[in-house]
Design a protein around this ligand. Structure first.
Ligand SMILES: [Zn+2]
Length: 242
């Protein structure tokens, strides 16, 4: 028996399949990560293909069969296509990196409305260039890491459990985590700028007082943090195009 699902979705990626079809990876609001086929999707003038395109926010009707790995899209309407993201390579790269993160680390057919809403929100912030895309990417990463169960501890020292205070001396020991003023003084460490930056990302505070160099350092730190917690995760290809 097949189930009819009407849901919003973001198109994460697409690949050619057979002579004339396409397979797309979608992150849907009601069914989570979903693979779907568009039969005849590679023929010119396919209306479905122009709507179900990478980095589009769409409303779809899906025929879902539990026994099938790839579902069928019966109709699709465009909600937003993020023209600015697609016109600037830097914005495209970060948006695709977020899509890749979702595709790589979430399991199929498990809905997660919080992550879906987070994705839609971050794409609209990137589209509006409310902050540099690397900062928005960092904001999404730190939120995503928490939602998939690997929340970054910025509250207590990994060695003595004392409270970590922003704007004080803070150290970092890989891979365990951040350590307090007293512990980092003993070890002659100072990773305060990184800590303060991550603290602002996590607590949704402004970051315009930081030097831009920290944006990339912060993102690299979060990617490495994910790698150290998830063995199968090898990083994001989309970031190498930037
Ligand atoms: Zn300590």
């Amino acid at each position: 028996m097949s189930e009819i699902i009407k849901t919003q979705a973001i198109v994460l990626s697409k690949i050619n399949y057979s002579e004339s079809s396409l397979i797309v990876s979608l992150f849907t609001k009601n069914n989570g990560l979903t693979s779907a086929i568009i039969k005849g999707g590679r023929r010119p003038k396919s209306k479905l293909t122009s709507v179900v395109d990478v980095l589009n926010f769409i409303q779809i009707i899906l025929y879902k069969k539990e026994s099938r790995e790839i579902q069928i899209i019966s109709s699709a309407d465009l909600i937003s296509y993020y023209p600015k993201i697609k016109s600037k390579i830097e914005l495209t790269g970060y948006a695709l990196a977020i899509c890749e993160l979702i595709k790589t680390l979430l399991v199929e057919n498990e809905s997660n409305e919080l992550i879906f809403n987070g994705l839609v929100r971050i794409l609209s912030l990137i589209e509006n260039e409310s902050e540099p895309p690397e900062v928005l990417f960092g904001r999404f990463l730190i939120f995503f890491v928490k939602e998939i169960g690997y929340e970054l501890n910025l509250e207590t020292c990994e060695l003595c459990a004392a409270e970590l205070k922003p704007n004080s001396r803070i150290g970092y020991i890989s891979p365990s985590g951040f350590i307090c003023s007293r512990c980092s003084e003993d070890k002659h460490m100072n990773d305060s700028e990184l800590f303060n930056y991550l603290y602002c990302l996590k607590n949704r505070k402004k970051v315009n007082s930081f030097s831009e160099k920290i944006y990339m350092t912060g993102n690299q730190f979060l990617i490495n943090y994910l790698k150290s917690h998830i063995e199968s995760f090898k990083g994001l290809n989309s970031l190498t195009m930037l």
